[in-house]
Design a protein around this ligand. Structure first.
Ligand SMILES: [Zn+2]
Length: 448
């Protein structure tokens, strides 16, 4: 994390540039709920695409899945969420605020010093009713993790994909947890998105695979531009492990509020499949044809939050620099994560420039997420693009009308090159393949 950034600056940039807005803001907002704006939705989608590409598309041992948010209630009994996914809470008898028992000392309310109730267990799953009758039989839950959708489909995937172990099943989707303590912007919210991989392996090889995935996932953040010194690994202590876990590592990021979890990588053993076999009555053994034996696979689970990844990428990319005596705020986002790939900026709104500028825009649109902006001065438009991390701006000036050349400006170095309009697409494609960024001293410095 740069010493120039705190959470207020990130929140303010997000609001100003259409990355993230408070949810239902015209009604005064809703606690811990946030909406991704036109720029935020692109950034978030890019983060998910980068994960999916590295986990599913670039590997032949992982397949994808998209399961429903609402599941049979029996799933949550089997998984242990009904019994164990709880927090001990205490209510204040005077101001009625609710506290996590481990956040308060003694029996008094930290806010008003009123008397607190005894701790009661409070389930973190959101409950709702399916169908027209609000009765106990129709009670269902919004999933608190996407993992269970994968476990209950394990048999169907194994049967239809014709793959052998080790095999991973990946899913990205919304999860819901009725957390009492939320906050730090999009770091902890009650509705959030998960990127989860359940990697099924032969028992006995699980420790090796845990190490493999810890390294793989750590490197993913570094490859996408997060500085190594802002990441660390932390192994869970035995007393800290979740009820299903044999071992677990957190990848932590140095957020403005301190080191906090970005992703957990757990060895879930055979807990989930064994539980689902028991509760559903379905045989979830895997037949290993090579060893000619049956066993319940062990599972290694890298589980990441989309929203907190987005936040970490934003924080790590944020910088304030001095350029010609003026402050420049810039997001040094990895080019593949930037909401806009290329901005097409005619020097002014002069009608003579418009046709060529539009032609350039149309040429780039099919290959890149392209923004067209001809409002305000060129300097202000560069600043705007810098603030949302656009790696390249293409400027069309009056000389362009004569020589059919345009200027490409790079975000990090602010260096400019002139290229013929006909070669523009090819040049930018090459830059996206990394040539420009490997060569750029600024980007290279951040990678060290
Ligand atoms: Zn109180």
């Amino acid at each position: 994390m740069s010493d120039k950034v705190d959470m207020d600056k990130i929140v303010s940039l997000c609001k100003r540039r259409g990355l993230v807005f408070p949810s239902s803001e015209i009604y005064g907002g809703l606690a811990s709920c946030w909406d991704y704006g036109p720029m935020g939705v692109e950034l978030k989608r890019n983060v998910k695409d980068a994960w999916w590409k590295s986990i599913v598309h670039e590997r032949d041992d992982v397949v994808g899945l998209d399961t429903s948010i609402m599941m049979h209630p029996g799933v949550w009994t089997a998984s242990g969420h009904i019994d164990s996914f709880t927090d001990p809470l205490m209510d204040c008898k005077s101001c009625h605020l609710r506290w996590r028992a481990d956040d308060v000392e003694g029996q008094r309310c930290p806010k008003c010093d009123g008397e607190l109730t005894e701790p009661r267990m409070f389930n973190l799953m959101f409950k709702t009713f399916m169908g027209p009758v609000e009765e106990e039989a129709s009670t269902i839950y919004l999933r608190p993790e996407t993992a269970q959708g994968i476990f209950v489909n394990f048999d169907s995937v194994i049967t239809t994909s014709r793959k052998k172990l080790p095999l991973g099943i990946a899913q990205i989707g919304k999860s819901f947890r009725n957390e009492i303590t939320t906050g730090n912007f999009i770091f902890r919210t009650r509705e959030f998105e998960h990127m989860e991989l359940e990697y099924f392996v032969k028992p006995g090889t699980d420790e090796e695979w845990l190490d493999y995935w810890v390294k793989e996932r750590f490197d993913w953040y570094v490859k996408l531009g997060i500085r190594k010194e802002n990441l660390r690994l932390r192994q869970h202590g035995k007393d800290e492990l979740a009820h299903y876990a044999r071992d677990c590592y957190d990848i932590e990021y140095l957020f403005p509020m301190g080191w906090s979890e970005l992703e957990g990588i757990a060895n879930r053993g055979d807990f989930d499949l064994t539980q689902h076999a028991k509760h559903s009555g379905k045989d979830l053994n895997y037949y290993d044809s090579e060893a000619d034996e049956k066993y319940v696979p062990y599972v290694i689970e890298p589980s990441a939050g989309v929203d907190r990844s987005v936040l970490a990428f934003l924080i790590d990319a944020y910088d304030e620099e001095e350029v010609e005596g003026e402050k420049r705020t810039v997001l040094h986002l990895h080019p593949s994560l930037a909401p806009i790939n290329v901005a097409v900026l005619p020097l002014s709104r002069n009608q003579k420039l418009t046709p060529l500028a539009k032609e350039v825009y149309k040429q780039l649109c099919p290959s890149f997420v392209t923004d067209y902006d001809d409002s305000q001065s060129i300097g202000r438009r560069y600043r705007r693009q810098d603030e949302i991390g656009t790696p390249f701006c293409v400027t069309i000036d009056f000389e362009s009308l004569e020589d059919k050349q345009v200027t490409i400006r790079e975000r990090d170095s602010q260096g400019q090159i002139r290229v013929p309009v006909g070669e523009l697409k090819k040049v930018i494609e090459a830059k996206f393949k990394g040539e420009a960024f490997d060569a750029s001293p600024l980007w290279a410095a951040r990678q060290r």
